[in-house]
Design a protein around this ligand. Sequence first.
Ligand code: TRP
Length: 492
Amino acid sequence: MATNVNAEALKEAPIPESIEKQAASKQTVDPYNVQGEVGEDGVVKAIDYNKLIEEFGTKKIDQALLDRLERVTGKKPHRFLRRGIVFSHRDLELILDRYEKGEPFFLYTGRGPSSDSVHVGHTIPFEFTKWLQDTFDVPLVIMMTDDEKYLFSDKRTIEEVEGYCSNNAKDIIAVGFDPNKTFIFSDFQFMGGAFYKNVVRLSKHITLNQARAIFGFNDSTNIGRIHFGSIQGASSWASSFPHIFGEDESKTVAIPCLIPCAIDQDPYFRMTRDVSARLKYRNTNISYAKPALIHSRFLDALQGPGTKMSASIDESAIFMRDTPNQIKNKINKYAYSGGKVTVEEHREKGGDTSVDVAFQYLRFFLEDDEELEKIRVAYESGEMLTGELKAICIKELQTYVAAFQERRAKVDDEAVKLFMATRPLKWNGNPRAPIVVPQVQNADGEAAAEGGDGKLTKNQLKKLEKQKQIEAKKAQKAKEKEEKDKAAAAQE
Ligand code: TRP
């Protein structure tokens, strides 16, 4: 029997409960429940991601697809792709086809602003989204589901989720998104106009029966929750964003998006894809583009496989606000180890990297493939001890978190205003493709950028441009220095 635990209840549950022995049950993964299989012995197992591919009917990202991605973009696939952390997709091939031809598409992702404490697990889909934006040079829309977080919690007030929104937006901006190409919006604020029309369009094509089957709702579910899927889904359509893609729906309905998300969000978009296929623009033959997806797995809690980081349990996660010392203490004290009990036994038999949290975190955060492989071999052979492995993991996480904190400190309210302004975006798409990406133009033939109404002023744009130039210069200098250092090292 599938468990029927509310996602919030699960997230807020104290650790002892979530890893406490439970009645045997199958694994459940949907937007509101993420729970590994519970065995006869009452122990929660790690989530079986291959099984999800089968159940959801998605496709595994295989080497052939990675090779094609590399050929088409000229960029080595992100370490999450190389290591199966981003492991599954729907129609990624079609997006690559479009990229090759220079046909437009965009990226769409989101976050439920549920608390002020962001942990490393939260940053994973965003890190990956940034890589996609840098790689494809396309617009990105980020939905802040303040409405969802209100509807799916028994105790939160609207004011509370509104409060989280701006801080969460700052955390997202700190990942490093390009303000020229990124629109962050709150459902509460952006609802209306073209977006709301699409919300209603989508909701009209979903029956209560379907919503029940997809999300497991029942007769006592509040109707806001039942309707919410049409809001999350409607942002998959470019025509929801006329300020980015233009007013001509006969063109914009055909522009697809690629959605990087954790696998639990797939049900929303399975539903949206289904409706897209049935919808036509007015009385024409022009179909609504189906959203494409690229799915990531979850980062285990410090307690090991079968557990999930929780924003409300300090010992379960490394938080982006943690000090270097806190990171060190948490890893040393709580990180589940795949090492053996005594040094002698460990030296003889070696450690189990498949369950070792420090090693698993290194798979997520250590960039260098060769180094990771060396660590794996050393730990599994018993040559490397748990303490040594943890020390490497601590250093890597300290660097990752410190870099984030440095960027986060620079994000102010002005930046949030900028990213959340309803304004045109600028992007270039594939530099090697035959078609030039159309941008929203005003009467002067410039990318529209008037002041007022939350739009970017010419001055703001100038400032952005200047910032970009400074950054480009910096990057150039860093590159030159790196090359010089390399040359010097080669001579030694
Ligand atoms: N429902 C997501 C959450 O609770 C937020 C979200 C909205 C999202 N749209 C999305 C996540 C698109 C990924 C992709 O976090």
